[in-house]
Design a protein around this ligand. Structure first.
Ligand SMILES: C[S@@+](CC[C@H](N)C(=O)[O-])C[C@H]1O[C@@H](n2cnc3c(N)ncnc32)[C@H](O)[C@@H]1O
Length: 209
């Protein structure tokens, strides 16, 4: 079925990209916590550096984008993709980090980041054994929440169709449901007429009245 068959969106990815486009603006700080092949990092780069010359590279605090993955090969393929797709300014805005998202670089100040995105699971076409793990994903969320600025978002797409993904989705649902509703506005998007379909969690840091 083609994308045109659906009036609003087809997949959880369409939906999450729509949220990013609504919220992320030129010059925002963002984190891609699961870089993989770099598709999402490239989308983020186009949102935070939308036009050539739109940011004063000398005045802006760089990098605008931290892109993290445990796999060296994934980061290399992401960088190749970015080089073939992005402008020099957009590429310069990205810091590539090989490591686990269980912790973020200490130099990222609290309440400074507009969006932290996760596309959980394993790299499509890659080693399925290297998948995000429930424990480190939960640790990462705890580390990510204090980094979000007011009005910022965390998005997580998760895949309960494989064993670790099912555990991860369940654990996320439980943990996120327990966060303070006065600070966090959290929703869970799930296709209810498809078996073990991908899911989307959206966390919004509320604006103080
Ligand atoms: C579904 S893929 C991400 C796809 C990617 N966003 C893209 O646009 O191509 C999930 C990625 O998470 C990475 N990963 C697994 N555990 C991780 C961890 N603890 N920290 C950071 N990345 C991790 C995997 O290596 C894999 O590349």
């Amino acid at each position: 079925m083609t994308r045109d068959a659906f009036p609003l969106f087809q997949s959880h990815l369409d939906l999450v990209q729509h949220y990013w486009e609504r919220i992320i603006q030129k010059g925002d700080f963002v984190i891609d916590a699961t870089c993989g092949n770099g598709k999402d990092t490239v989308r983020l780069a186009k949102l935070v550096v939308p036009k050539v010359g739109c940011l004063d590279i000398h005045k802006s605090r760089y990098p605008l984008i931290h892109s993290i993955d445990v796999q060296k090969d994934a980061l290399e393929s992401a960088q190749t993709y970015a080089l073939s797709t992005l402008t020099t300014e957009q590429i310069q805005a990205i810091r590539w980090i090989q490591g686990s998202h269980a912790a973020f670089p200490e130099e990222i100040p609290p309440q400074s980041v507009k969006a932290i995105i996760y596309n959980l699971g394993y790299l499509p076409g890659g080693n399925k054994a290297i998948t995000t793990q429930t424990e480190s994903t939960l640790q990462s969320i705890e580390a990510a929440l204090p980094l979000l600025k007011e009005g910022g978002i965390i998005t997580l797409t998760s895949y309960p169709g494989h064993a670790e993904g099912a555990l991860e989705s369940k654990a996320l649902l439980e943990r996120l449901a327990s966060l303070d509703p006065k600070r966090w506005n959290i929703c869970h998007h799930r296709w209810i007429n498809r078996t073990a379909a991908p899911e989307l969690f959206l966390i919004q840091h509320q604006l103080r009245a």
